[in-house]
Design a protein around this ligand. Structure first.
Ligand code: HEM
Length: 404
């Protein structure tokens, strides 16, 4: 496929050679066609931006919404919107002012201070899961043993769901996310059970508030803030949808990236103080980040010298932006001590990831515990053969077989 003509319409998303390397189109587009016309799986047309400056510019502009239910916006697939936060049900917290208010509440909870206080408990969870994996012996699938359960346990703690009940949350989340492995009836059943459970859970928290996000929102509602039952439900669902699969995938991809060239792993064994910058670099270097973020452009703008008219849907490819040679020296090398590292893996501007301090803490903790507990960790399959996770929006690895 030629990618040098700006008149051409390319099929998007592109196919990557494997689960760890970027599609070759990214570099070509960054160089020769930074504002490209693409056709989405729905058949609708959009514009794709791949350069760091353009992606950052579009994401940071508060005028542009990710709400694709507006007239004239492109659909990602024929039957759904673009992200978990675009479903009709989520419109209440997704739209303009309402969203800003909701976001302010949520951000108050996800502060760096509060998240650092969770670090010990995250470490205990990682140790418990690794104990169980070690007891079964190698080889093990790091996704099902560690990367999948850990973030959902963390979310259970945030929502005040007890240890006895957190595996139920994992089961529902799994059914709601991995659409390929479950029938529509099973997915609907999980969704219905989860909704019913949440209604009961919220009622319990009303009666007996604790030190968790939902109780905090209930307290704020009691003090006169307008927080409806529906908003409480959507918050719980939203945190699960936004914080589970993304973090699970990133744990697995980070470990795969570090083990696919074992010199990286060995460097971290020798210098564990690099864990913090190594996590940022894994977020930047991730070539399998998924679709990118859509934005609906309500005013004309100029990107890399090209005029983009209002009414256009722009897909911001953050993973390509993160490989832009103009923004990062040695962009195609994984530099474990890279600093500063202003990558766009969490988005940018007013909608950027509210859970990023938590995601960072989870990634840093898992990595430190793995380095300490399993220094001999290695891939049990070649990195080129790692099975990609089927799914359109968030890229991941289906299974990560490791030995130690
Ligand atoms: C490595 C893991 C993660 C990645 C790569 C990631 C990435 C992102 C990105 C790119 C966005 C912006 C979406 C947009 O602009 O449309 C976002 C939003 C969000 N993320 Fe994360 N995220 C991660 C983990 C988490 C976690 C652990 C939580 C919470 C438990 C979380 C909660 C949220 C929420 C609530 C939003 C919506 C913010 C809003 O509507 O303003 N994320 N995330």
């Amino acid at each position: 496929m030629s990618t040098d003509s700006s008149d051409q319409v390319l099929e998007y998303p592109f196919r990557a050679p494997n689960a760890v390397e970027p599609p070759e189109e990214w570099a070509k587009l960054r160089k020769g066609c930074p504002v490209a016309h693409v056709r989405l799986p729905s058949g609708d047309k959009a514009v794709l931006v791949t350069r760091y400056d353009d992606v950052r510019h579009v994401l940071s502009d508060p005028r542009f919404t990710r709400n694709l239910s507006q007239e004239g916006a492109a659909r990602i697939t024929a039957n759904e919107g673009g992200s978990a936060f675009e479903s009709e049900a989520a419109a209440e917290i997704s739209a303009g002012e309402q969203h800003e208010k909701w976001r302010r509440f949520i951000s108050r909870w996800f502060t760096v201070k509060r998240i650092s206080a969770m670090q010990q408990s995250i470490e205990a969870m990682a140790n418990q899961l690794i104990d169980e994996m070690v007891a079964k012996g190698p080889p093990a699938d790091l996704v099902s043993e560690l990367a999948f359960p850990l973030p959902v346990w963390v979310i259970a703690e945030i929502l005040g769901i007890s240890v006895d009940e957190r595996d139920k949350l994992a089961t529902w989340s799994n059914a709601m996310l991995t659409l390929t492995q479950f029938t529509q009836a099973e997915v609907d059943k999980a969704q219905a059970e989860f909704t019913e459970y949440l209604m009961g859970h919220i009622a319990k928290k009303r009666a007996q508030p604790g030190d968790d996000l939902l109780s905090d929102l209930i307290r704020a509602a009691d003090q006169g803030e307008q927080i409806s039952e529906k908003v409480l439900m959507l918050t719980a669902q939203g945190v699960l949808v936004a914080g589970h699969e993304t973090t699970s995938n990133m744990i697995a991809k980070m470990v795969a990236m570090l083990l696919s060239d074992r010199k990286r792993w060995e460097r971290l064994l020798a210098e564990p103080s690099l864990v913090r910058t190594a996590v940022e670099e894994a977020l930047r270097f991730d070539a399998n980040a998924g679709f990118g973020l859509p934005r609906f452009i309500t005013e004309d703008i100029e990107l890399s010298g090209t005029k983009v008219p209002r009414g256009t849907t722009i897909i911001c490819n953050m993973a390509s932006a993160n490989r832009d040679e103009k923004a990062f020296e040695r962009a195609d090398d994984m530099v474990l001590n890279r600093a500063p590292n202003p990558h766009l893996a969490f988005g940018a501007g007013g909608h950027s990831c509210v859970g990023q301090a938590l995601a960072r803490t989870e990634l840093q903790t898992v990595l430190s515990v793995l380095l300490r507990r399993l220094p001999s960790l290695d891939l049990a399959v070649a990195s080129q053969d790692l099975p990609r996770r089927e799914g359109l929006l968030v890229g991941g690895i289906e299974r990560l077989l490791v030995r130690w």
